[in-house]
Design a protein. Structure first.
Length: 51
């Protein structure tokens, strides 16, 4: 896999920056939708869902 420690740090920094840039309302909507998503996956017995 290779890669330097600097590359890994740059990747981690970029991922953190992208995560922090997500709008709070989007995060809230995703969190609030989780019970429905979980019920759908359970109902589908782990098979494909629209999510």
């Amino acid at each position: 896999m290779g890669g330097s420690k600097e590359d890994l740090k740059a990747l981690c920094d970029a991922a953190k920056e992208a995560w922090l840039a997500l709008p709070q309302d989007l995060m809230r909507k995703l969190i609030n939708s989780m019970p429905k998503r979980i019920r759908t996956v359970i109902k589908a017995k782990g098979w494909q869902t629209k999510y």
